[in-house]
Structures are given as C-alpha cells and as structure tokens.
Design a protein around this ligand. Structure first.
Ligand SMILES: Cc1ncc(COP(=O)(O)O)c(C=O)c1O
Length: 408
C-alpha cells in the first residue's frame, strides 16, 4: 500500500519523520510562498549564494586572474562534475560541467555518429523536449545522418535497428519515467547508443546509471540541483567509451595541453575533452555551493518523498475531477505532476496570486514541481486546498488572470 498523506494531520506527521525536513531552512525563499516550480528553476540555497559571493568578491575582485590557479578555477568544471556523479550513480571522473544541455546534446550525439560505431541514424521522438528535437534535426543534416523523428514513445523500437537515440529519462510534460536498464539492453542488442537527457531526473530520482548500463547522458543543473538561472549543464560519458569519442566542438580547454597553445587538437584524456571554451566561473561557483545540500543525502530519500508528494497530489486531483496524464499513484514518476485544464494558464495565475507558484505548459498543462528538498508535506497539502478553492469559486475567471506573460 502506498504511503502518502490523506489529511492535513497525516501531512504534519510525515513532516515530523521526514529525513529531508531540515534542508528546507537551507533555502532563501520568501516567507509564506509555496514554490512548486523546483522542476523549472530551483530556488536559491544559501550555500550557493555564499559560494557565488566568495567567487565574485574574494576570487575575482581580489584574486583577479591568479584565481585560475589559486582558486583552482581551471578545474572547477571537473570538480563540480565530480559532485554530480554520485547523484547519477557514476564515477567522479566521468562527469564534467560545461555549456548548456542543448550544446551538450549536439557535442555528444554528434561525436557518437562521428565515431562510426553505430548506424548513422539520429533518433528523437515527437513530444520530446523541443531543444532535443531541434538540435538532433540540425545535427542530422550537418552530419549527413538519417533523421528518424519517431512517434512519441516509439524511439526505442526505432533504436532496435541501430543508431543514436536522444531521450529524456523523465518526460517534461507528464513526469513519466523510462526504464533505463531495459532501454540499454535494447541499445546493446542493436549496437546503438542512448544519450539520456537527465534534466528532470537529477537531484530528485535515485539514479544508478552505471549499474543500469547507461553510457552517455547530459542534464541541466538549474532545476532540482538548484544551481541558479542559467547554471551550466553537465555531461557524462562512461570511462570505457570516452577514448573513442571526439567532441564536435573541440575547443582549447578540452585539449590535452591547453597552455601549450598547439596548432592541432589533441583531446584531454577523460570526459573533460567535451569542454569547449572558458567555463562560466560565477554560475559554476553558485552550482558548486548548491551541491553542498546533497552531501550525505540518500537519493532514495529524495525519490521516495517526491513520489509521496506526487501521490498525494494525484489523489486530490481525482477528488476534484481533474485529469492528469502523470503516472498513477504508486507508479514510478519524476518530481512533477501535471493536470490538464482548458483554462490552465488562468488557474496557474490565480494560484500565483495566492502565493502558490506553478508553471504552465501549452496548450493546457499546469505542472506542479515537488522538489523534496524545498517543500513540506503540509505546504503541498495547503497548496492543494488553494487549488480546490480556486476551482470551486471559479475565481480564475477574473480577467486579470487571462493576460499571458512571455514566460509561462
Ligand atoms: C528535458 C530538458 N532538456 C533540455 C532543456 C533545456 O536545456 P538548456 O539548458 O540548453 O536550455 C530543458 C529545460 O527545461 C529540459 O527540460
């Protein structure tokens, strides 16, 4: 029987025994606000702000260019990647921080096609996060590789004939989760490869990529990792596959000897070969500080709490007659749940006015992000009460909630 709160008292009781409860105080969130958007932009941890301030003031303003050595800025992407590695279940030297998810997909999927170890076919599904679709489509014409724009959920069956599939582990709309182990078996049988987009998975799910046989992944750091707006992405390549791959954007800082300033390119030994140019030190410093929060945490605790919060939401949605396309109660799920509502945008604005922040995805999806570090069970319970009241009173019909902002 799935355990999730069925009353406010239940929620309070679960908060009392929540092993993550103490971490809520680590965030700089306005009082009285319920932040259900940690799946989009994680809120600011004090440890991130502190490290950012130190990097700006002490290292940049005072240390100046010498900080590349004295503060070890030059190795900050690899040092930060090493702190992400345990959260996805791989070795510390198999992850580096660099660029954005979009660019990392380009570099990694492109390098797999270029290596020629699999059929020259790039596969991406309709309904996949748009950047993944756009990048793969353009890459296929640049590399003269076949493009298969598969139907939603059909990517794996296409992969069974070989190629490179780019696939989100957690669907950004529904929160549906892929079975990585089974998918990797398909990839191995077909001599193909999967580049996992972990953007909605890292920092909220119990990920064991190495055990599951996953070899390649990218992800963002501004959602559940709370690295800050525009914090750089990360890239993972299993150690046994790195040597065969050359980045499609081979910049000087991915060179084996960047400060030898050689005319020809020789990739560095490890995953850092995927670094192109100068890393964004300030935003990486913010991310590095944010990762303090995860020290000593069990990723299974993160997943369990996110699932319980999701189950609680789904039970309430059903009572309210709301349709959700998220995996059902008791099923594996990412950290967010979605509801369909024809006037979802107006409902999300009405919630916002009551201090409950959600986001909206066209055409009719309200997403509730359930970051396990940030939220209490009771807070989410009360947010659902606000939702029920907004629907019951139809207060969302007020004209001021109908005006669309640029970012939804
Ligand atoms: C699944 C997924 N992939 C990629 C991105 C965006 O990547 P980028 O960091 O390049 O903006 C997002 C952003 O929300 C995402 O949810």
């Amino acid at each position: 029987m799935t355990k999730f709160p069925r009353s406010r008292e239940d929620a309070q009781n679960m908060d009392r025994t929540d092993p993550l409860a103490h971490l809520r105080a680590a965030f700089d969130l306005p009082v009285g606000l319920t932040y259900l958007v940690g799946h989009s932009l994680g809120p600011a941890p004090r440890s991130a702000l502190k490290n950012l301030q130190a990097a700006a003031q002490r290292e940049w303003a005072s240390g100046l260019v010498g900080s590349w050595n004295s503060a070890d800025w030059i190795n900050l992407p690899a040092r930060t990647g090493a702190r992400i590695a345990p959260l996805i279940g791989v070795a510390p030297d198999e992850v580096t921080v660099c660029d954005s998810v979009s660019i990392n997909i380009f570099k990694l999927a492109g390098s797999l096609i270029k290596a020629g170890e699999t059929a020259p076919r790039l596969i991406v599904e309709k309904g996949e996060f748009p950047t993944d679709q756009y990048i793969i489509s353009e890459l296929s014409s640049l590399q003269n590789a076949e493009l298969v724009h598969a139907e939603h959920d059909d990517g794996l069956s296409v992969l069974s004939a070989g190629g490179v599939l780019v696939k989100s582990l957690v669907d950004f709309r529904s929160g549906k989760v892929m079975d990585v182990e089974a998918a990797e078996q398909t990839a191995r049988d077909a001599n193909g490869a999967i580049v996992w987009d972990l953007s909605h998975a890292t920092g909220v799910l119990d990920l064991n990529l190495a055990d599951w046989g996953a070899k390649f992944a990218v992800g963002c750091t501004y959602k559940y990792l709370n690295g800050g707006p525009g914090a750089p992405g990360f890239l993972y390549v299993s150690e046994d596959r790195t040597h065969a791959l050359r980045s499609l954007l081979p910049g000087w800082l991915g060179h084996a000897r960047p400060f030898a300033f050689e005319d020809s390119y020789e990739p560095s030994n490890g995953v850092t070969r995927f670094i192109s140019g100068t890393p964004p030190i300030l935003s990486t410093a913010s991310l590095y500080g944010a990762l303090d929060l995860f020290d000593g945490l069990q990723t299974s605790d993160l997943e369990q709490k996110a699932n319980r919060l999701g189950d609680m939401c789904l039970a309430r949605f059903a009572e309210l007659g709301l349709v959700s396309n998220s995996p059902a109660i008791g099923r594996p799920r990412g950290g967010h749940v979605s509801i369909h509502h024809a006037d979802g945008y107006a409902v999300s604005r009405a919630l916002f006015e009551r201090g409950v922040h959600t986001d909206f995805r066209s055409p009719d999806i309200i997403r509730l992000g359930l970051s396990p570090l940030v939220l209490s069970y009771e807070q989410v319970w009360l947010a659902l009460e606000e939702l029920a009241d907004i629907l019951d009173s139809e207060s969302w019909k007020d004209p001021r909630f109908q005006v669309r902002q640029k970012v939804t």
